[in-house]
Write a protein that binds this ligand. Sequence first.
Ligand SMILES: [Zn+2]
Length: 196
Amino acid sequence: MPRWHPAAHRGRTRICRRCIGSPILTAAGLATDVPHQVQHGLATRMKAIVDNTVAVYTERNLPLLLAELRDADAREAGRAYRPGEGLDPEFDGLQLDPDPDPEQPYLFTLAELGEVQPRFAVPPPPLSEEAKEALRTEIALADQCANETGRRICELLIAHRRTIHDGIERYVEPQVTALLDDLALELDSPRSPWEH
Ligand SMILES: [Zn+2]
């Protein structure tokens, strides 16, 4: 259960595609009334299980897709700076930079730095129509494996709903309550604390 802190999300307003409408969060009973960071941590951990299962399946059964992915990985490894990689599950896949403020423009953003391509990246050779068709079939099989794994995770999560709910009540609710109390205290006080 991650420690939830509201400041960690200030200024990032883009809707999270991993969490909005996620069947995994619905199955876990976390679709509403829970801070996004808590949802996101769980959604990302479950996504890692799906990704892992699909990677094993691909390695064993889908040689064309495996070759494509290895090429893509090699090109990706040529980038000097990859700000979206190696993040904790609570931050993985989120908007990298706060929203721009026209009054205070950035000199640079992490996302822009990450987009800079390596100078000597070799573009992949074009595929024949036949190879494309075969690759499409393998991608469909990989998708099917991902969907089946996701469905299985949802079934298992439903059985853990009670435990998840208890965890939220025990660890997250007190943090939210403490935050609301702090806010109420600030609003009650007519002057800032430094003036007392
Ligand atoms: Zn999210």
